[in-house]
Design a protein around this ligand. Structure first.
Ligand code: C2E
Ligand code: CA
Ligand code: CA
Length: 707
C-alpha cells in the first residue's frame, strides 16, 4: 500500500479510525476486482489501484497508476469509452452513484466485460476531486446471459415458426400465450387477435359442448393429455379437426400454474378417414349403406326396439327381372336401373329407416318402430308399386318388379343373422308366389320350406326308382250313361310309405323343371294304357292327360307327343290334353298358336278347371278346344249357393254355343248329377260314379262295363 500516502495527501483521513483503516485495507486487497481511485480527467488517471488490478486487466497496479505504462482510458474498449464517460459525467453532475457495464482490453489483448460501480468524491468546496469505486470481471455472467439470450431466441424461433400450434392456457379457459401458427390455424390474423377474441375456451373453441370439461378432467387425473381429438370452431364459424397434446405446469409449491401444449390440424386426416370409412361402409354405385354396415344398423335397430318395447322389420328385397335386363342390355343400363331403384326405395321409407344394398339386385330395408303390422303392409305396397313403375333409360322403357320377404323382431328371430335368414326365406316364398309381392316369415313357412327341400330331393329319385304310377278316373256320358273316357291322374308311392297325391308334388316338379321328365313319362304311360284298352274292348276310349303350364310351353311339345303316339301306335283321337285356363295368362297369342299346333296332330284338347282362371271369354271362340271342364268348386257348392247354379248354366250355354262339350268335375251326389243332367251338361267325372282307380281296377271296370 505504498501509494496510499499519496491519496491521503489529497483526501482528508481525519474521519478514519486507525484499526478500521487496517480492516478496510485488508478487505480492499482481498476483494475480487480492481478497487480504484481515479482523477476526473481525460485519462482516468489512477491514483490508487488494488492488487486485484493484475487479475482483472493483466497489468500490475503500478503499470496503470499515474498512467505509468498505460492509462485506464486506453484500456477501456474503444467502442465503449464514450458510454463510460457519459455515465460518469452524469453521476458527477448529479452527485450520484453510478454503475456501468462495458468492455476493457486486457494486457494480452483479450476483450472482457466488466462492471464498474463507483461514486464521485468532492472537496470541501464541492468541487469534483476524484472517482472511487470497484471494477469487476463479469465475463462469465455475460456469457451466461448471452447463452440465455441465444437459447431464448432459439426457442422463440421454434415457438414463432412451429407448424404446430402452441399454447399456454389457464384451467379457467383463458390463453396466456399462443403462437402465430395456432392463430393461423384458428383463422386469426395474429396471436394477439386470437387472445383478444377467443377469451373463453370453454365456450368458444369446441364444437361439442362440454369438450373442454373433458379436457380439464383428463388433465386433473393424468396431468397430461395425448392425441385429444376434437372438432373446433375457427374465427369464421367453420370448423376443423384438431389433436391436442398438453401437460399441466406447477410451481415449486405444487400449485397448478397453467396448461401448455401443442395443437395439430388433423382435418385432412380426419376427412380421409371419414372418406375411407364411408367407402368401406357404403355402396359405390348407389351411395347406400352396404353389407358391412348392415350388421351394425340392424343391431342398433334391435337395441332401439328393446328399449322402447316395440317391433322392427327386416325386409329382404330382390328385383325380379334385373338379371335378364343386365345380361341382355349391358351393365351400364343395369347400373342405371339399380341407381333409380335405390332412389325409389329410399323415397318409400321414413328418414329413420335404413335401405342397404347387399350387392347385385338385393336390398335390405330396416323399418324400426312398428307397433302394428299394417304399417308394414302399407310401406310394402308403396314399395311394390314404386318399383314397378316404368324406368326410362336411354329413351327405352324398362319394367321391373320386386319380391320382398319380411321378418319381424322379436317374433321371427332375436339376432341379426336369424332375422336376415328368415327374411330371405320369406323372400324366396314371394318369388315362388309369382313375384311382385311380399311375404311375411312365419314358422310354418320355414317348416314348409324345409319339407319342400326334402321332397324335391326325393322326387328326383322317385322317377329313377319307378315310384310313380297312374290312376285312372272314368268319365261318363250323361246321355248314354256309358263310360266315354278317363283322366290319368299321377300318384307317387315311395316304398313303405303312404301314397303321395299330385297336389303335394306337381308344383315342386313344375318349379324345378322335373315336370319335363315326369310329364313325358305320364304321356307314355297313358298312351300305352289307352292302346291296351282299345285292344281289349275293341273300341277307342280316349284318355285325358294333364299338361302343366311349363310343359305346355316346351318348344318341342307337339313333336314329343307325335313321337309318343307313333311309338305306342295310338290313334291321336284317343289322347286328350287337359290344359288349365291359367296357362294362358302370360301370352294369349302364343297359347292359341300352341293349341293349333297340337290340334293339327289330331289329339283332343280340354280346358281344365274352367271358370277359375281369369281368361278373357272373348278368346274362347279362338280356342281350338273340344271340351270345357267345369271346375269342381262350382259343382261342390251347387246345393247351397244359388249363384253357382247360374254360373253352371251359363258355362253350359256358352260351351254349346261355341260347339264344345262341357264336362262337370267333382260330381259327388245324386242331387248334383240330376241338376247337371237337367241343364244339359254333356259328361261327368266324380266320386258319384267312381274314384280314380289303380290301373288293374280301372281295366277291370272297363271290361265289365263293355261286356
Ligand atoms: P285336376 O286336373 O282338376 O284333377 C281332378 C282332381 O279332382 C283329382 O285330384 C281327382 O282325384 C279329384 N276328384 C275327382 N273326383 C272328385 C270328386 O268327386 N270330389 C273331389 N273333391 N275331388 C275329385 P288329384 O288326383 O289329387 O289331382 C290333383 C291335381 O293334380 C289335378 O287336378 C291336376 O291338376 C294335377 N295332376 C294330376 N295328375 C297330373 C299329371 O299327370 N300331370 C300334371 N301336370 N298334373 C297332374
Ligand atoms: Ca285334369
Ligand atoms: Ca280339374
Amino acid at each position: 500500500m505504498n501509494s496510499l500516502p499519496k491519496v491521503t495527501n489529497l483526501i482528508s483521513v481525519d474521519s478514519f479510525v486507525h484499526n478500521r483503516q487496517h480492516m478496510l485495507d485488508v478487505l480492499v486487497e482481498n476483494m475480487d476486482g480492481l478497487v480504484y481511485c481515479t482523477l476526473y480527467d481525460d485519462y482516468w488517471t489512477l491514483i490508487f489501484a488494488s492488487v486485484g488490478c493484475k487479475e482483472l486487466t493483466g497489468y500490475a497496479p503500478e503499470d496503470l497508476m499515474f498512467n505509468n505504462v498505460v492509462s485506464y482510458e486506453e484500456i477501456t474498449f474503444e467502442d465503449d469509452r464514450q458510454l463510460v464517460r457519459d455515465k460518469i459525467d452524469d453521476a458527477v453532475a448529479t452527485g450520484s452513484r453510478f454503475e456501468i457495464e462495458y468492455r476493457i482490453k486486457r494486457a494480452n489483448g483479450e476483450v472482457i466485460w466488466v462492471s464498474e460501480r463507483g461514486n464521485p468524491i468532492y472537496n470541501e468546496r464541492g468541487k469534483i476531486h476524484a472517482i472511487e469505486g470497484i471494477i469487476q470481471n463479469i465475463a462469465t455472467r455475460k456469457q451466461i446471459e448471452q447463452s440465455l439470450r441465444d437459447a431464448e431466441s432459439r426457442y422463440r424461433s421454434i415457438f414463432e415458426n412451429a407448424i404446430e400450434g402452441i399454447f399456454q392456457s389457464t384451467p379457467s379457459g383463458h390463453y396466456l400465450m399462443v403462437n402465430p401458427s395456432l392463430a393461423r390455424m384458428y383463422g386469426y390474423n395474429s396471436p394477439q387477435e386470437l387472445m383478444l377474441v377467443l377469451n373463453n375456451i370453454n365456450e368458444q373453441l369446441y364444437v361439442k359442448p362440454g369438450r373442454r370439461k373433458e379436457f380439464v378432467l383428463e388433465m386433473e387425473s393424468h396431468q397430461n393429455i395425448q392425441n385429444f381429438e376434437s372438432l373446433a370452431y375457427k374465427k369464421d364459424g367453420s370448423s376443423i379437426w384438431i389433436s391436442e397434446n398438453a401437460r399441466s405446469v406447477y410451481d415449486e409449491a405444487g400449485n397448478l400454474l397453467y396448461y401448455e401444449g401443442t395443437v395439430e390440424d388433423i382435418t385432412s386426416r380426419k376427412n380421409y378417414e371419414t372418406q375411407l370409412e364411408y367407402q368401406a361402409t357404403h355402396d359405390t354405385l348407389t351411395g347406400l349403406p352396404n353389407r358391412c354396415m348392415l350388421h351394425d344398423r340392424l343391431t342398433q335397430c334391435i337395441n332401439f326396439a328393446d328399449r322402447y318395447h316395440n317391433k322392427m322389420a327386416v325386409a329382404f328385397l330382390d328385383l325380379d327381372q334385373f338379371k335378364l335386363i343386365n345380361d341382355s342390355m349391358g351393365h351400364e343400363v343395369g347400373d342405371h336401373l339399380l341407381l333409380i331403384m335405390s332412389q325409389r326405395l329410399s323415397a318409400c321409407v321414413r328418414e329413420v329407416d335404413t335401405v342397404v344394398r347387399l350387392g347385385g339386385d338385393e336390398f335390405v330395408i330396416l323399418i324400426s318402430n312398428i307397433d302394428n303390422l299394417n304399417n308394414i303392409t302399407v310401406t310394402m305396397k308403396r314399395i311394390l308399386s314404386s318399383v314397378a313403375k316404368p324406368c326410362v333409360i336411354n329413351g327405352l322403357d324398362y319394367l321391373v318388379t320386386c319380391s320382398i320377404g319380411i321378418s319381424i323382431y322379436p317374433d321371427d328371430g332375436g339376432d341379426p343373422s336369424m332375422l336376415l335368414k328368415n327374411a330371405d326365406t320369406a323372400m324366396y316364398k314371394a318369388k315362388k308366389a309369382g313375384r311382385n309381392n311380399y311375404q311375411v316369415y312365419t314358422q310354418e313357412l320355414n317348416e314348409a320350406l324345409a319339407e319342400r327341400v326334402k321332397l324335391e330331393f326325393r322326387l328326383r329319385q322317385a322317377i329313377e326308382n319307378n315310384e310313380l304310377l297312374l290312376y285312372y278316373q272314368p268319365k261318363v256320358d250323361f246321355s248314354t250313361g256309358l263310360i266315354c273316357g278317363a283322366e290319368a291322374l299321377l300318384r307317387w308311392q315311395p316304398p313303405g310309405e303312404e301314397m303321395i297325391g299330385p297336389i303335394k308334388f306337381i308344383q315342386i316338379a313344375e318349379e324345378t323343371g322335373l315336370i319335363d321328365k315326369i310329364g313325358e313319362w305320364v304321356l307314355i304311360q297313358a298312351c300305352k294304357q289307352a292302346k291296351a284298352i282299345k285292344e281289349k274292348i275293341g273300341a277307342p276310349l280316349p284318355i285325358a292327360v294333364n299338361v302343366s303350364p311349363r310343359q305346355f310351353k316346351q318348344p318341342h311339345l307337339a313333336q314329343t307327343i307325335k313321337n309318343i303316339l307313333k311309338a305306342t301306335q295310338l290313334d291321336p283321337e284317343c289322347l286328350e290334353l287337359e290344359i288349365t285356363e291359367s296357362t294362358l295368362i302370360d301370352d294369349a297369342a302364343k297359347f292359341i298358336d300352341t293349341l293349333h299346333s297340337l290340334k293339327t296332330i289330331g289329339v283332343k284338347i280340354a280346358i281344365d278347371d274352367f271358370g277359375t282362371g281369369y281368361s278373357n271369354l272373348a278368346y274362347l271362340k279362338d280356342f281350338p278346344v273340344d271340351r270345357l271342364k267345369i271346375d269342381k268348386v262350382f259343382v261342390n257348392c251347387l246345393e247351397n249357393d244359388p249363384a253357382n247354379l247360374a254360373i253352371l248354366r251359363a258355362i253350359i250355354v256358352l260351351g254349346h254355343s261355341l260347339d264344345k262339350k262341357v264336362v262337370a268335375e267333382g260330381v259327388e251326389t245324386e242331387n248334383q248329377y240330376d241338376f247337371l243332367a237337367s241343364i244339359g251338361c254333356d259328361e261327368l267325372q266324380g266320386y258319384y260314379f267312381s274314384h280314380p282307380l289303380p290301373e288293374s281296377e280301372f281295366e277291370a271296370l272297363i271290361l265289365s262295363h263293355y261286356q
